[in-house]
Design a protein around this ligand. Structure first.
Ligand code: KIV
Length: 271
């Protein structure tokens, strides 16, 4: 078994045993810190586009940008399952998907994640056949946000519910090792979790998935200009940074003022 297969195996083994925590990483220090903590799945997500690169959504992220950040994360040599998102338009057909998944693997990812169900089944099959582990992603698909005109909960209508259940079962059968469920109505997310034999990893899909994934910046309050409603940050790192830098600036200004303020003029009298 190579290291990618071992990681995949470890992720599958969470099913029905223990909670699977997963977080996004985009660079060396964050990957090293979270891996040292033992987070078993680290995703170089294309949320990179918003929280690091300043794009309005994930559709602008390119393959070059993903490769650059996957290489940085991989330099931390994480023991956990380092997964890379396949960016928008990088998996339009099986050949293209395989070429790009291979590049992400060569950059250091142990697995890749693709958005969608039966419409990307041939791409997933091609990648899996080459030995690269895949993670599925169903529900709200951020790469379709422009097309759909916003982020909304999926699985409220009977038709959406049936299609999500069908796709979850199909992806499991194809051989993905875990399934991200994004903004899936919580009862449905629970039902999918009971039906499939692989771990489901929820994001904004209620509490009853096998694991949870978050954009790390959301969890640590590092991107204060946008906060998803379903996240309660564990710290306020953006305001902590601003306050600490402000204190440093005041201290240094005070030191400068004392060192360089003109000395009082001493009057000299001639005798
Ligand atoms: O891009 C991303 O960060 C994701 C999420 C599931 C967190 O796909």
């Amino acid at each position: 078994m190579d290291t990618a297969q071992q990681s995949e195996h470890t992720i599958r083994a969470f099913k029905g045993k223990s909670f699977l925590p997963a977080l996004t990483v985009y660079d060396y220090p964050m990957t090293r810190l979270l891996d040292e903590l033992g987070i078993p799945m680290l995703l170089v997500g294309d949320s990179l586009g918003m929280v690091v690169l300043g794009y309005p959504d994930t559709t602008h992220v390119t393959m070059e940008e993903m490769l650059h950040h996957v290489r940085a994360a991989a330099r931390a040599k994480p023991r956990g399952f380092l997964v890379a998102d396949m960016p928008f338009h990088s998996y339009e057909n099986p050949d293209q998907a395989l070429t790009h998944a291979t590049q992400l693997k060569e950059a250091g990812a142990k697995g890749v994640k693709l958005e969608g169900g039966q419409e990307v089944a041939p791409q997933i099959q091609a990648i899996l056949q080459s030995g690269i582990p895949c993670v599925g992603h169903l529900g709200m698909l951020p790469q379709r946000v422009v097309e759909e005109g916003g982020y909304r909960i999926k699985g409220r209508s009977e038709q959406e519910k049936a299609s999500l259940l069908e796709n979850a079962e199909l992806l499991t059968k194809l051989g993905v090792c875990a399934l991200v469920l994004e903004l899936v109505q919580s009862d449905l997310a629970r039902e999918i979790t009971h039906r499939v034999s692989i771990p489901t990893i929820g994001i904004g899909s209620g509490d009853d998935c096998d694991g949870q994934i978050l954009v790390t910046q959301d969890l640590i309050g590092g991107f204060p200009w946008f906060r998803p409603k379903f996240v309660t940050p564990v710290m306020e790192s953006a305001s902590l940074l601003q306050k600490s830098v402000d204190a440093w600036r005041s201290e240094q200004s005070e030191r400068y003022r004392k060192a360089f303020s003109p000395s009082p003029i001493v009057a000299h009298h001639r005798t």
